[in-house]
Every structure is written in C-alpha cells, then in structure tokens.
Design a protein around this ligand. Structure first.
Ligand code: ATP
Ligand code: MG
Length: 271
C-alpha cells in the first residue's frame, strides 16, 4: 500500500511495514512509534504429550496507520495471537509490548487500565453483556475508566452512530440481530482513544454490505493513527490491510502485501 492511494497517511513518515522484532530499531529510541510489538512469542497450552503449541515464535511489529490481516486455517493460532496482543493471555515465552510498555511488567491494574484505555478488542464471540443495553455496553469501558456517565453515554452514542445503530442504543443484545450485535461490539472497541484495535473475524455475522462498512470503519480508524490487527478468513477482507500475515500451526509462514488494492474494492472491481 503506498501513500499515493488517496488515503491520508496517518503519520508524516509512514514506514514500511515490518514483520521483524523491533529490537533493532534506530537510535531514535526503542521502537518509539511501534504500537504493537510481538517478540518471538510462544503460547503452549498444557504440558507433556498433551501440550498444544498454539504459537511457536511469532514476531510482529505494527505501527500507527497500519492494518495487518492475519489469515490461516482453523486452529493455526490466530485468536491466540490476538489474545496475547490484547493482554488477555500471556505468552509462555517471548514478549508483548504495547505502545512501548512490556505487558509482562505491568501489574493487574496497570494491564487492565491499558486494555480499557488503549486497546479495542472485537471478540470472535462478541462478549456483549446481556443485562446492559447497546449504549451501556459501549459506554462500559469508559465508565470503568472513570468517565462521567453522561460523557460516556454521549461518546457511546457517537460510536453507535459510526456503526449505523443510532436508533438502537436502548435495546438489549437479545433484541438485536447477530449483525447488529456485531456492530455494537465494534462500537465498543472503537469508543474513546484506542490506539490498538484488535478484531477477531469482525465480519463473521454480517452480510457483505455491512461487513464492508465495518472494514471501512476499521480502516478509517487506522488511517486516523491507530494500529489494527484483523483476523479474517476472507481474502477480500484481507485486501483492506496493508499487509497479510499467514499463520500455519502456530508459525507465521508468510507475510505479503495485500491481495488486492483497497481502491479496487472500492470501485467494485476487486470482488
Ligand atoms: N485454552 C486452551 N487449551 C488448550 N488448547 C487451546 C486453548 N485455546 C486454544 N487452544 C488450541 O490452540 C490452537 C490455536 O487455537 P486458536 O483459537 O488460536 O485458533 P484459530 O486460528 O483462531 O482458529 P479458528 O479459525 O477456528 O478461530 C488450537 O489447536 C486450539 O485447539
Ligand atoms: Mg479464532
């Protein structure tokens, strides 16, 4: 993806995407503009003969303005990679840094704060709270973080408007279709000042038009300076990314430019 594509680069100097550990960054500082930095991360579940090596040494650096698509067969480690990036799980070896902070050095509170403020997470299974309305679900991370209820509600309504659900804020999740629930989950991930947006198959329950609208939102947020990681099974969704990382059996086997330009998708010729 070049900067000549009509999109505003998020930073004056948009660097070439990198799939290497950030440890060799310039003297300007230790990986100063890297938002997400996975350094040789491993995640093993269980031990002995029953051990499952969900990730075996994956390194990935994502900078502001970059959207990375992660693809690979079922069970290849995509969700595992995302949970480690979001601080929801810890690697058995290797390190995860978010905005320069090594997650392993944070205590529970510090990690929770970083997650609430800086990381937006769209789960494969949504994780909406059934007893809260749509707008309350979206406002929750802000309220937990100390925002006034009124402010949180206003920002949550803005985020719901961004995903086209202005009118449905007062419904509970079970009064919404699967696609609408998905959009509430996306609004919750985008609300506030999130710098790292992690999306695990966010278009799974959506028709193709709504799915595309969601990717457009994600792309816009990334172009505005966030870093994004999108897990997807669909090549035409990966085409919205600047780079595609393929996982197989817990290993990043390939990293390529997107499969087609976003312009081609926008003009309809890329489908
Ligand atoms: N808590 C767990 N305990 C044991 N094994 C696990 C656990 N979580 C994940 N795994 C295993 O780790 C591997 C990677 O799982 P992961 O959920 O990351 O795959 P995925 O690429 O997201 O797959 P899908 O496309 O089906 O969502 C799988 O073999 C899975 O069974
Ligand atoms: Mg998964």
């Amino acid at each position: 993806m070049t900067t000549g594509d009509g999109r505003m680069p998020a930073t004056p100097q948009r660097r070439t995407p990198s799939c290497s550990p950030a440890t060799s960054e310039s003297a300007a500082g230790p990986a100063d503009d890297i938002v997400l930095d996975l350094r040789d991360v491993h995640r093993t579940h269980g031990s002995g003969p029953a051990a499952v090596h969900a990730l075996r040494g994956v390194s990935l650096a994502v900078r502001p303005g970059e959207l990375i698509a992660v693809m690979g067969p079922s069970g290849s480690g995509k969700s595992t990679l995302l949970t480690l990036a979001g601080g929801l799980d810890s690697p058995t070896a290797g390190e995860v840094h978010v905005e320069g902070q090594p997650l392993h050095a944070l205590d529970r509170r510090g990690l929770a704060r970083l997650r609430r403020r800086r990381i937006g997470y769209i789960f494969q299974n949504l994780n909406l709270i059934g007893s809260l309305t749509a707008v309350e679900n979206v406002a929750l991370p802000l309220e937990l973080d100390g925002s006034r209820v009124r402010t949180a509600r206003r920002l949550a309504l803005d985020a719901l408007t961004e995903v086209g659900l202005t009118e449905l804020g007062d419904r509970f999740p079970d009064q919404l279709s699967g696609g609408q629930q998905q959009r509430v989950a996306i609004a919750r991930a985008l609300v506030g000042q999130r710098r790292l947006v992690l999306a695990d198959e966010p278009t799974g329950a959506l028709d193709s038009q709504t799915g595309e609208a969601v990717l457009r939102l994600l792309r816009r947020r990334v172009d505005a300076g966030a870093a994004g990681v999108l897990v997807t099974h669909e090549a035409r969704h990966a085409a919205w990314a600047d780079r595609v990382v393929f996982l197989r059996d817990g290993v990043a086997v390939d990293s390529t430019a997107p499969l087609a330009g976003v312009e081609a998708l926008l003009s309809g010729s890329g489908r």
